[in-house]
Design a protein around this ligand. Structure first.
Ligand code: C5P
Length: 406
């Protein structure tokens, strides 16, 4: 586990649980936030304790759970102030219609509502309620006011509800919430930057049903897209065929072939401040793919002829005013030497090198960052963590480049 490091060190949040059936998802949320290096402290309303016990949340968070204004464990007797003071955000999940109404009107009749009123940190709310409660004009008015007050709303989603009805009002799943909270807490080091990137494999057709592709899963590229969004960038992702969900907030263009990927990149390149080529683009394509399925014959050999594909990254980097270009080099040996040769040949500012046999399809990655200053190795870590470190490195290089010399 790697911690999210902010200015104040490890990020800490206060998770407020209110009385809805979705309270069971809060237990999972504590774990998923912990996976992302975020320390969680829990406060529950009395009604929440009817759905899930404080003991469960204490065991999962590793910290005492508070439910009462008059809790004697806070030395100065003011838990309603003290519990939020060292936190980076308060997250209410699930947030009932009643609790949202209380926040909107500034009511403070229990520990959690008082903490929300007395806070000096951002408030994030994940609503969860029956669809008719959600659609009620009173709730909609309250939600609109909450947004005007600067509160961040995550969800709700639509789907099956515990009451047996179907519609809007389901709380987001724990993993989605944890991802959004983690992004919210990330410093906005790429704010205002437009990032264009490619990810995944390409698929080069041979005939109507067959083609040539590679084992790239798209996981590294999608992790980078999420990290860039979290860092405040505007992201356009040109993706080859992968089985991953589009990262929230990313503009995605799905393509199959290298030629289609090239066309999509050409469309957006002029507006990009940064270009990252993560895709494993096929070097060659079949020169004349057959329109119909090739039939088996008695011939002992079948010959296909190939033509080279355009080098997308090379094209972007050689534009008159290129964006800040980053490439990936997956090699099976001589990693640093091959990657550095590629960096110079393609004229990119940063080349990220990894061992193909280690990285392709895996959830972890171990990379080296090669730039004008030399080689910087990152320890093996989950791709989401590696992605954040790469984004931090890119932001550092860009700010150094744009800083005016004295
Ligand atoms: O395939 P190669 O090792 O040359 O890939 C290095 C970098 O160039 C990668 O970032 C890849 O996305 C990019 N590339 C590209 N178009 C190609 C081949 C590679 O953009 N046709």
């Amino acid at each position: 586990m790697t911690d999210i490091q902010g200015k104040t060190g490890r990020k800490k949040v206060l998770l407020g649980i209110t009385g809805g059936v979705a309270a069971y998802k809060a237990a999972e949320l504590v774990r998923r936030l912990g996976d992302r290096g975020i320390e969680v402290h829990v406060v529950m309303t009395e009604a929440a304790c009817g759905f899930i016990t404080p003991a469960t949340l204490q065991a999962l968070s590793g910290h005492p759970v508070y439910t009462d204004m008059w809790d004697g464990r806070i030395a100065n007797g003011m838990p309603h102030i003290e519990l939020s003071r060292d936190k980076d955000a308060i997250i209410i999940a699930p947030a009932t219609a009643d609790f949202i109404a209380k926040c909107v009107h500034g009511l403070a009749d229990d520990l959690l509502s008082t903490l929300c009123l007395a806070r000096d940190c951002p408030l994030i709310v994940a609503p969860a309620m029956n669809r008719q409660m959600w659609e009620h004009p009173a709730t909609q008015r309250n939600v609109a006011q909450l947004r005007r007050d600067g509160v961040t709303l995550l969800g709700p989603d639509s789907g099956d509800q515990a009451c047996g009805e179907t519609g809007m009002g389901r709380m987001l799943e724990a993993d989605e919430l944890a991802e959004a909270v983690s992004a919210f807490l990330e410093p906005k080091i790429l704010a205002g930057k437009r990032l264009l990137m490619t990810a995944g494999p390409t698929f080069e057709p041979i005939d109507a049903v067959r083609g040539i592709t590679n084992r790239s899963s798209g996981k590294m590229g999608y992790a980078l897209a999420r990290a860039a969004i979290a860092a405040g960038a505007e992201v356009t992702l040109v993706s080859g065929p992968v089985s991953l969900a589009a990262p929230a907030g990313v503009r995605i263009e799905r393509v199959q072939t290298a030629a289609e990927m090239f066309e999509a990149v050409k469309k957006h390149a002029a507006k990009a401040d940064i270009f990252i080529g993560v895709a494993a683009v096929a070097d060659y394509r079949v020169s004349k793919p057959r329109q119909h399925k090739i039939k088996k014959t008695d011939e002992s050999a079948l010959t296909l002829s190939f033509v080279p594909n355009p080098d997308i990254l090379g094209w972007v980097a050689s534009r008159p005013k290129p964006p800040f270009c980053v490439g990936f080099a997956a090699e099976s040996r001589n990693l640093d030497a091959y990657a550095d040769e590629k960096r110079r040949r393609k004229n990119v500012k940063l080349m990220i090198a990894n061992l193909a046999q280690d990285a392709i399809g895996a959830d972890d990655n171990e990379v080296s960052l090669l730039d004008d200053a030399g080689t910087h190795r990152l320890p093996r870590a989950p791709k989401d963590i590696v992605a954040r470190q790469i984004i931090t490195h890119i932001a550092g290089l860009i700010s150094r480049k744009t800083r005016t010399p004295r």
